[in-house]
Structure formats: structure tokens, C-alpha cells
Design a protein around this ligand. Structure first.
Ligand code: CP3
Length: 335
């Protein structure tokens, strides 16, 4: 029997919808914090196949979600290409910025396969323990990964956005390199056992429409086409966050099988047959109680008759009480 998540990604509508949460393995769970402490740092956790598999499976044991998402990070790719990367306690990722051709020349795709071997080993370990849940692999979309590589940290990504105008050739070259690296990364995850993949373009909405086509739509289209050529049965979920009115065009032009809707998206603005994922406000989940009940109902009404995968509109917040997640599962599973 085909897994529920994969049936919906193939266009079927299920009631109740399959359910998983972005960042479902993470700091809101005490068992995650314990395993992370055992691993050392965050990157050590990502590169330890047994522990990465363990934290991937923790939220499934607790909540019986319909999907596991590989525990890793979108910045593993630049790290594997040779850029420095640290995650400070409570301050997010830091990378030595790359802003010119000389910096670009230090990046190497040929070492990525070897340095990411532990990630594929984690995928193989997870795949053995899944039961009825589907395994989602993922990568950052090239523009969002470029934002961290160029600015060197999270924020408003001023440096990346200025470079897009001041030195357009540089950003085009970086995104081209990342597109190739992303295809290789996702190919490796699929060969190891990922049954669907998701492309996280968290900062897509920072670009003006004139650059959105080149830096968001075109790379997603290339990645989707390359994967489809080799793995026609493995769906791609695109998540160009804050794309607003451009989301419908993204869905049409890239060829992705489904789109992740951010918290702000009204599904009524999307084609009626598009497979959609989302988009409960993470703050409603954090709040719980009647607000959570009302918002779950609102999301389910808003998607109408579209094939729908229930999720958040962005990652779960670390202050979220685990019992609110248990309540969400109950609410979503009421037919
Ligand atoms: O969803 C999952 O459970 C799978 C694992 C996953 C992580 N990061 C683990 C993680 C996924 C899919 C990501 C994607 C990711 N990473 C994105 C895109 C999605 C999004 O949330 O917008 C981005 C922009 C990153 C880069 C990144 N990694 C940032 C900005 C941070 C710091 C933010 C924070 O919450 O501290 C990370 C660290 C990170 N990646 C954590 C986790 C669980 C927290 C690390 C910790 O344990 O301290």
C-alpha cells in the first residue's frame, strides 16, 4: 500500500490529511536536547548517522506523524564545498562570507560526496525504521543558501541583495554552482532511501519580481527536471517562502509536484488542483487552546478540495509546548 503522504503528493485528496511539521525534530523536544548534548555541537549531530537517525525518528515515536524529515541542515552543502561553518549557542549559523570570484574559486563540488557520506548513511538507517511514514529528504534552494554564504549570517541579507545588482555575474555563478550541488545532494539522499524531497527557499520573498525568475524559479526548475529524469516517482515539494503573488507562477513554471504555503498564503490564490502543504501559523501552535482549534479548522476550510498535506507555515518554534503538538495531531485526525 502506498504511504498516505505519497498518495497526496501524487494528487489524491485524503481526509484526514497526512500531517508532519517543519522542524519537527528540534529544541521543543526534551529528547532532542538530550541527544544534541550527547553529540557535542549541532554539526556533529548532523554528521553522526546514528544520532541524526535517532533525532529524526523521535517526533514520529511521540506523535505518529505521516512523514519523517531527514535531520540535517541546508548549510551542510556550503560546508561540504569547503566554506567554514559554525553554529553558536542561540545565535544561529556563522560562515566566513564569500563575495567575489576569489572566494568562489575556493568552493569545490568534488569533495561534497565524501564529506556528506554520513548524511546518506543516516538516510539508510532511518529508512529501515519508518513503518507507514514516508521519508522526506531536503536541501536549501540555491538563493537561500547563497544568502547565508554571502552575508555570512542570518539577518536581512543586505550584502547578497546588493551584490545581485552590483555584480550580477557573481550571484549567477554562485547559484549555478549551488544548483549543481543541490542536484547531487538530493540525488544522493534519494538513492539512499528518501521518498520525496523538499526545496527550502526561506528567503525567496526578498527578491523583486525582476530577479525572482532568475534566482528562484530557474534553479528550482532545473533541479526538479534533473531529479524527474532519474527518479520520476519521487515528488518535489517547493517552498519559496514569502513569494506572495508569485507562488502560483512558481508552481506552474518550476514543475514541482507540490508547494509549501507559508503562513501568509491564502490557498484561494492558487490553482484548484495544485497539491498544497501547510500552513498553520506556528504561533497558533505555540498558543494552543481554542485559538489552535479555530486555526486548524480555518486551514482545513481554506484549502477546500485541494490535495492537502497538513503542516505549519514555517518551522515549529522552540518554545512550543510538546502537549500542544499532541493536541494538534488529535485535531487534524478528526475526519
Ligand atoms: O525540519 C526538520 O526537522 C529537519 C531538519 C532541518 C533543520 N534545518 C534542523 C535545524 C531543516 C529542514 C532545516 C532547514 C533550514 N536550516 C532552513 C530552511 C527552513 C527554515 O526554517 O526557514 C534554514 C534557513 C536553515 C539554516 C539554519 N539552521 C538556521 C537559520 C539555524 C538557526 C535557527 C535556530 O532555530 O536556531 C539553523 C540551526 C538548526 N537547523 C536547528 C535545527 C533543529 C537548531 C540547532 C540547535 O539544535 O541548536
Amino acid at each position: 500500500m502506498t504511504k498516505r503522504l505519497l498518495r497526496v503528493l501524487n494528487g489524491e485528496r485524503l481526509d484526514p490529511p497526512p500531517l508532519w511539521l517543519m522542524r519537527q525534530a528540534g529544541r521543543y523536544l526534551p529528547e532532542y536536547r538530550a541527544t544534541r548534548a550527547k553529540a557535542g555541537g549541532f554539526l556533529d549531530l548532523c554528521m553522526n548517522p546514528a544520532l541524526a537517525a535517532e533525532v529524526t525518528l523521535q517526533p514520529l515515536r511521540r506523535y505518529g506523524f505521516d512523514a519523517a524529515i531527514l535531520f540535517s541542515d541546508i548549510l551542510v552543502l556550503p560546508w561540504a564545498m569547503g566554506q567554514g561553518l559554525t553554529y553558536g549557542e542561540g545565535e544561529g549559523p556563522r560562515l566566513p562570507p564569500i563575495r567575489d570570484a576569489a572566494g568562489l574559486a575556493t568552493l569545490r563540488l568534488d569533495r561534497v560526496a565524501e564529506r556528506t557520506a554520513p548524511v546518506r548513511e543516516a538516510v539508510r538507517l532511518i529508512a529501515r525504521e519508518l513503518g507507514d511514514a514516508a521519508l522526506i529528504g531536503f536541501a536549501g534552494a540555491p538563493f537561500t543558501v547563497a544568502c547565508y554564504m554571502v552575508d555570512g549570517r542570518g539577518g536581512d541579507f543586505h550584502e547578497t541583495r546588493v551584490l545581485a545588482f552590483r555584480d550580477p555575474g557573481f550571484l549567477v555563478a554562485l547559484i549555478d554552482l549551488l544548483t549543481k550541488g543541490t542536484i547531487a545532494t538530493l540525488t544522493g539522499q534519494i538513492e539512499a532511501g528518501a521518498e520525496a524531497v523538499m526545496l527550502f527557499d526561506t528567503w525567496a520573498g526578498l527578491l523583486p519580481p525582476s530577479l525572482f525568475a532568475a534566482h528562484v524559479v530557474a534553479p528550482a526548475k532545473r533541479i526538479t527536471a534533473a531529479l524527474r529524469a532519474h527518479f520520476p516517482g519521487v515528488p518535489v515539494i517547493g517552498f519559496p517562502r514569502l513569494a506572495g503573488a508569485s507562488l502560483a507562477a512558481y508552481a506552474r513554471q518550476t514543475g514541482v509536484q507540490a508547494v509549501g504555503m507559508d503562513t501568509q498564503t491564502d490557498p484561494a490564490t492558487l490553482p484548484p488542483d495544485l497539491v498544497v502543504q501547510g500552513n498553520l501559523d506556528p504561533l497558533a501552535l505555540l498558543t494552543g487552546g481554542e485559538a489552535l482549534e479555530r486555526e486548524v479548522t480555518a486551514v482545513r476550510r481554506s484549502v477546500g478540495n485541494r490535495p492537502h498535506i497538513f503542516n505549519l507555515g514555517h518551522g515549529i518554534l522552540k518554545e512550543t509546548p510538546p502537549e500542544n503538538v499532541a493536541r494538534l495531531v488529535e485535531l487534524v485526525r478528526v475526519p
